[in-house]
Design a protein around this ligand. Structure first.
Ligand code: HEC
Ligand code: HEC
Length: 231
C-alpha cells in the first residue's frame, strides 16, 4: 500500500512537473524504464554508497539511462548547458553518493516549483546507482579560482613566498600594508625605495631582502596594487 501511495505521489508531482513551464520547456518528461536485469540486484534496503562504482556493466546501463532520463536537463555527456547543475562537478565519495540518491528520489521541488521531478517509485535504486557510476566516469574537478593578473605578477616576482594578501607570513599581509599607508601620500615612493633596498623595522626585526632583481615597472605596479587593497 505504501508503495502505491508513494507511486501516486510521484505521479502527481510528475503531472505537476509536466504542467510547470520550467520543465515543459525541456520537452517530454515521461520517465523511461531502465532495464537493470544484467546488474547485481540490491534488494529493498536503500544503500547510501554506490555499490557499482567502476563496474563496466553498470556504466553501460547508466549511460543509456542517463541519456533517456537526465540528459535533457543536465546535458548530453553530462556537459550542462546551464539549465541544471553540472553533475561532473559532484565529488566521488560516500557523502555525495547519499546526496545524489536523495536528490534523484525526491527531485528538487521548492515553493511549489518543480526544478527537477522526483524519481521515487519510478526508477529503481539499481538504475540510480548505474547512472551515478556513469556520471563518475565524466567527473571533472572544478576549475581553480581564476588568479588576477596582479596576483600572478606578485607570485612570479616571488613576493608571495613571504607575503599573503590576507594573512601574515614572513612579512606583513598586503591588506595590513594598505591600511597602514592609507593616509600617506608619499607611500608609493617610500615603499618603492624600501622594497628595492629591503630592510626591517616597520613590521618587526625580520628584514625583507632587496627586491631589486624585479624590474622597477613591476615593483611600481605591485606597490600600487598593494596600496589599493591587493584585490
Ligand atoms: C526537468 C529537468 C531535470 C531532469 C529531467 C533531471 N534534473 Fe536533476 N536537476 C535539475 C535542476 C534544475 C536541478 C537544480 C535544482 C535546484 O536548484 O535545487 C537539478 C539537480 C540535480 C542534482 C543535485 C545537483 C547539485 O549540484 O546539487 C542531482 C544529483 C541531479 N539533479 C541528478 C539528476 C539525475 C541523475 C537525473 C536523471 C535521473 C536528473 N537529475 C534529471 C533538473 C533536472
Ligand atoms: C624573503 C621574504 C620577502 C620577500 C620575497 C618579499 N618581502 Fe616584502 N617584506 C618582507 C618583510 C620581512 C617585511 C617587513 C619589513 C619591515 O618590518 O620593515 C616586508 C615588507 C614589505 C612591505 C611594507 C614595507 C614597509 O616598510 O612597510 C611591502 C610593500 C612589501 N614588503 C612588498 C613586497 C613586494 C612587492 C615583494 C615582491 C617584489 C616582496 N615584498 C617580497 C619579506 C619579504
Amino acid at each position: 500500500m505504501q508503495v502505491v501511495i508513494r507511486f501516486l505521489t510521484a505521479a502527481i508531482l510528475l503531472a505537476a512537473a509536466v504542467a510547470s513551464p520550467i520543465v515543459h520547456a525541456h520537452g517530454d518528461v515521461t520517465p523511461q524504464a531502465v532495464d537493470v536485469s544484467t546488474l547485481k540486484p540490491l534488494g529493498d534496503q536503500r544503500l547510501e554508497e554506490n555499490p557499482y562504482r567502476g563496474d563496466k556493466e553498470a556504466i553501460r546501463v547508466g549511460t543509456s539511462a542517463y541519456n533517456q532520463n537526465c540528459a535533457r536537463c543536465h546535458g548530453l555527456e553530462v556537459i550542462s548547458g546551464g539549465i541544471a547543475p553540472d553533475l561532473r562537478k559532484l565529488d566521488i565519495d560516500k557523502e555525495t553518493d547519499k546526496y545524489f540518491i536523495e536528490s534523484v528520489l525526491r527531485g528538487k521541488v521548492r515553493n511549489g516549483a518543480v526544478y527537477m521531478p522526483p524519481f521515487e517509485g519510478i526508477m529503481s535504486q539499481e538504475a540510480i546507482w548505474a547512472i551515478r557510476s556513469y556520471i563518475d566516469t565524466r567527473h571533472e574537478e572544478p576549475a581553480a579560482a581564476p588568479v588576477s593578473p596582479m596576483a600572478a605578477l606578485a607570485k612570479k616576482s616571488t613576493c608571495l613566498s613571504c607575503h599573503a594578501v590576507d594573512a601574515r607570513g614572513v612579512g606583513p599581509s598586503y591588506r595590513e600594508v594598505a591600511k597602514k599607508y592609507a593616509k600617506d601620500k608619499k607611500a608609493e615612493a617610500t615603499l618603492l625605495a624600501k622594497v628595492k633596498k629591503g630592510g626591517s623595522g616597520n613590521w618587526g626585526k625580520v628584514p625583507m631582502p632587496p627586491m631589486d632583481a624585479v624590474p622597477e615597472a613591476d615593483l611600481k605596479a605591485l606597490i600600487k596594487w598593494i596600496l589599493a587593497g591587493a584585490n
